[in-house]
Design a protein around this ligand. Sequence first.
Ligand code: SF4
Length: 314
Amino acid sequence: MQYDFFLAEDALFPKMVVVSITNICNYLCTQCFYPRYIKQPEYHRHDMVMAVFCRIADELGRHHSSILRFIAWGEPLLHPDVVEFMQYARRVAPGNLVTLITNGYWLTPDRSHALMAAGLNLVEISIDAATPETYHRVRVSCNPDAFSKVEQNVKKMVSQRNNFEFRTRIVVSFIVYPSKESEAEYVLFEQKWNGIADEIIRRPVHTFKGSVQLIKKQMSAPRPPCYGLWARCNINPWGQVNVCYNDWENKYVLGDLRNPATSIASIWQGRILTRLRAAQCKGVFEGICAGCHDYNPDAWSHPYEQVVSRCYIK
Ligand code: SF4
């Protein structure tokens, strides 16, 4: 297989701009790096400031085929200005698809309505369980009602979307562990959400560079280059661009969008990423990628962009 940009324009600007808008969460999930992240002495809460987000959205608006994805090193709906960010993005980047991943706890009817009215194209709610027992084991929350609240939020959002004729696509996701129990629960999850959610996404478990050692992942050999380097620009809550969304410790920074001389395009086309891509094509994995077990070899044939592109289906 030839590993390269699919389209010439992808070499100029990333297919997907992944913006982590905050670094706080209301959960302490066992499968996430967050509980370890907040114990680091340097940790302090930071919400992306509007001026930084505006720079990102303004540049994105000049590249209509690029997708904006709101994420967090935590939970994006805990950013106090998430709706304003969405509204601004829609104003300056009207042709770009805008997506959001959330744990769904704060996806209350008011917030859902505001996000859909602002023009959110796709929301992914990561639920990861079909039963309250599994939910409370993996998604550690101080709220005993968390599982039922998330399920109700999603169902209310679907009916709100239908009643108000919003176009937002609502998808739910489940992280499957390599065990019979997890596979069986995924089947239950599918039965539960079939006909309610627009799509059900199955995700492999993630180790966050091996920091969350839930399983020993079997990776493909020979190791292919990581699709992310050809398709994702990852921006942290301060406005720095990281090699990977996995870099919560912020050790592999490619540039800083607070610097007026820097842009997403210049970092994307820059020397460091070009060198990392060329090295990976030769089977050399450096820096954060050296010990990574979280790259997805299937992403080259089944990228997440396929899920997002279904927003165009009437
Ligand atoms: S190989 Fe791993 S660390 Fe490197 S970009 Fe891909 S997912 Fe991130």
